[in-house]
Design a protein around this ligand. Structure first.
Ligand code: NAP
Length: 435
């Protein structure tokens, strides 16, 4: 007896899966009770050099050597992109194959269709590798914390941006220098847009929200903001104020109005918080359950073997299912049915804010700014003024506000903008105290 696996893709993750299945054959078979076998792997180019050379006959360019092949019980989609991955996954489920995927972009955009098909066909779709690489956060939310009302999920979900922010914070480098460094070390892709503009982390946040709250939000309903506008100056001010800047994914139930707040943006976190200590390419997730309290998970969010670790973990789970002959009736997202709740519009979400203004050095600026804020009920908690730049006659004025709805802050900033003393666009970073 053995469980046969077909890979859709033999790139970074596919090769990692092949390495673990081949090199850890005995270990895996001791854990499962029989061996796993790689039967076929779909690629585009049969002649491309491979870091872990596949045995003769493994590679194919015909997707139907994998999907619908009656000898293959588990289809592992590690090809990426939306199509043809979406169609091949749907077909595999129709053919009665279980699916393991690492494709967060696909699940965040077409998840509903895929999870519904899995329920209809009574097959599993596992996706541990799609969120935070090696960290077993999907299983933690779906199983370990199933008894809990989840109060909040906070995460650092993208290694590239965390590397850049760590470098800007610890070595006072500019964004461009830190990005170039990340590229040279292989931590950023040639086109890093999906990472630095926050889309990649937002895909993962959609999945975490679904697991925690049974609500699959649409990307367009989430406030998504990347890290490209951050400047070294902001890291200096953050440090002086006792904060660290992170790209923070947040899904939380507001205890006052019972509504769901979902956002992905740079945020200032208290420097002593566990999430602030997550540096370099590491990822982390902090879940607060009403019964469990805080659970903190941290580890490698990407890379060949860390990602393959999560994929193979899922494959083992499917192999065990096959062992019991169980036909899946377990919902992929851990909820019997998804709720239709809308997430709260960004304008209604309350936060404290760090605001950095570049203003002309003339009397009355601070009082006018305070007046504009007061008019829109924004209360100021702290002000720092940094000396005049003699070349531009500019003063940096940093304001920390008390908590206020984002809509009110936008109106206050609009009004302040009409007063005519800004020499550059104000910088705005949310302050998240994580309580
Ligand atoms: N890399 C990571 O650290 C990481 C971490 C977490 C999740 N993921 C996710 O894992 C998935 C795979 O990522 P990856 O980094 O392994 O990608 P990759 O290195 O680009 O590999 C993609 C593989 O799929 C094959 N492929 C792509 N499109 C195909 C098509 N239309 N027909 C046939 N074969 C096709 C490629 O074939 P060729 O080799 O012939 O080009 C290649 O073997 C993505 O969804 C990604 O988001 C990756």
């Amino acid at each position: 007896m053995q469980t046969n696996i077909g890979l859709l893709g033999y790139g970074t993750v596919g090769e990692g899966v092949a390495r673990i299945i081949s090199l850890e054959e005995t270990l895996l078979s001791q854990k499962i009770g029989w061996p796993l076998k790689l039967s076929k792997a779909l690629v585009r180019d049969l002649t491309a050099p491979r870091g872990f050379p596949p045995p003769p006959g493994l590679l194919t360019t015909n997707p139907f050597d994998v999907v619908g092949n009656p000898d293959i019980q588990v289809v592992v989609e590690v090809m990426g992109g939306i199509e043809p991955a979406r169609t091949l996954i749907l077909k595999a489920l129709e053919f009665g194959q279980h699916v393991v995927t690492a494709n967060k972009a696909l699940l965040a955009t077409c998840g509903k269709e895929i999870f519904e098909k899995a329920a209809q066909t009574k097959r599993e779709v596992f996706f541990e590798a799609a969120v935070a690489g090696a960290i077993p956060v999907i299983r933690t939310l779906k199983e370990g914390l199933a008894a809990n009302r989840i109060q909040s999920v906070f995460g650092i979900l993208n290694g590239t941006t965390n590397y850049i922010l760590t470098s800007m914070s610890q070595h006072a480098t500019s964004f461009d220098t830190a990005l170039a460094e990340a590229k040279s070390l292989g931590y950023a892709e040639a086109d890093p847009t999906m990472d630095i503009e926050g889309e990649d982390a937002a895909h993962k946040l959609v999945l975490l929200t679904a697991l925690a709250y049974g609500v699959l939000p649409s990307l367009k309903d989430i406030h998504i903001e990347g890290i490209t506008k951050l400047e070294p100056l902001d890291f200096n001010f953050a440090a002086a104020l006792g904060y660290v800047i992170k790209l923070l994914a947040k899904a939380a139930l507001n205890p006052e109005d019972g509504r769901l707040e979902v956002s992905l943006n740079p945020a200032m976190l208290p420097k002593e918080h566990l999430l602030s200590g997550v540096t370099g390419v590491m990822n982390a997730v902090m879940v607060r359950g009403h019964a469990s309290g805080d659970i903190f998970l941290s580890g490698a969010g990407a890379g060949m073997l860390p990602t393959a670790s999560a994929v193979v973990g899922d494959i083992i789970e499917v192999a065990r299912l096959e062992q019991t002959g169980a036909q899946s009736i377990r919902p992929s997202l851990g909820w019997h049915s998804l709720k239709g709740d809308a997430v709260k519009p960004a304008g209604d979400i309350r936060s404290s804010y760090y605001l950095r203004f570049s203003v002309e050095d003339r009397p009355g600026v601070l009082s006018s700014l305070a007046g504009a804020f007061a008019k829109h009920n924004i209360s100021i908690a702290q002000v720092i003024q940094k000396g005049v730049d003699p070349l531009t006659n500019t003063v940096y004025l940093v304001i920390l506000t008390h908590s206020a709805p984002e809509r009110d802050l936008s109106h206050a900033l609009e009004l302040a903008g009409t007063l005519g003393f800004f020499t550059a666009k104000p910088q705005l970073i949310r302050v998240e105290n994580l309580n």
